[in-house]
Each structure stands twice: as C-alpha cells, then as structure tokens.
Design a protein around this ligand. Structure first.
Ligand SMILES: [Zn+2]
Length: 163
C-alpha cells in the first residue's frame, strides 16, 4: 500500500496505546505487513525498483528525483494526516511512532537493494512473501485504499470513544 495508508493505519493503532510509543512503533511496523497482504494499488516508480532481486544505486537522475519527490510527499502527507486525525497532546509521541513504524518497512526495502545482508534479507523475503500478488487497477485500487483507510480511522475513533 502507499505510505500515507501505512502511516494512517499505524497511527490509528497507536492511538489505542497512547502512552506506549515503543509498543505503538512495533504494532505500526507489524501492521505494514498485514495490510500489504490485501490486494491494492501502488504508484509506479521510474527509477527505483523494489521487487525481488532488485538492485539500486544512489546516483541522482531526473527520474530518481521525481520518485523521491513522490515518495517524500506521500510519506509526509501520511504523517501530517496521522497527526491531524489522531494526535493529541497526550499521545503525540505514540502516534508519530506508530505512523513511522507503519511506513518503515518500505524504506527498508530500498536499503536492502543497496545493502543486501541480514537481517534485511530475511525481512525482504517476508515482505515479498506476504505482499499481495494481486495488483488492482488504479481506479479500484485507489478508491478501495481510501475506503480501507477511512474504515480503519472510523474503527479507531469508535474504539477510543468506547473507552
Ligand atoms: Zn510494503
């Protein structure tokens, strides 16, 4: 899934454990793999490949700058949304930890393509194994991802109200 979805889902779970940032980070990290297993749509990257066996370098090209801008916007939008929706003075650290934990496995995929060693290799195998092999077309893939994120937000808000 895209980084914003991962950030919002990680933050939603984190909001249920407002005073445990380490647990929130771990739960956010774990949630990445759970929701990657749902068929979805990811935006294409032009210069960065993350599939099995992918190798990248750190050379800067126009395509690489464009990819980094898209990824940066996606991740930042996710963090801003996560804090805007779930952040309070009391839970801010946990919510940010959950959102960052939710995003982190994808940058780690990139790190792995540069440094293919353990423990990243095992994480990479697990990530590829659990990631849905069914790729949705973008109109359905985008709307289903928005619907999914909204459902998670609704569930987290309802769970908080119930407490
Ligand atoms: Zn992923």
């Amino acid at each position: 899934m895209i980084l914003s979805t991962h950030a919002v889902v990680g933050a939603a779970l984190a909001s249920l454990m407002p005073s445990h940032p380490v647990a929130a980070f771990a739960v956010g990290f774990a949630s990445h793999f759970v929701i990657d297993s749902i068929p979805h749509w990811d935006y294409p990257l032009r210069s960065i490949s993350l599939g099995p066996g992918a190798r990248n370098n750190v050379r800067m090209t126009a395509a690489r700058v464009r990819d980094l801008a898209v990824i940066g916007f996606d991740g930042l939008a996710g963090l801003v949304l996560a804090v805007a929706i779930f952040g309070t003075e009391a839970n801010l650290v946990a919510v940010v930890a959950g959102a960052v934990g939710g995003i982190l496995p994808d940058p780690l995929k990139f790190v792995y393509t540069l440094y293919p060693c353990e423990p990243l290799a095992t994480l990479e195998r697990f990530h590829n194994w659990i990631h849905s092999k069914r790729k949705l077309d973008w109109p359905l893939g985008v709307s289903s991802q928005i619907a999914f994120a909204s459902a998670v937000i609704g569930a987290a808000v309802a769970a908080r109200l119930a407490n």
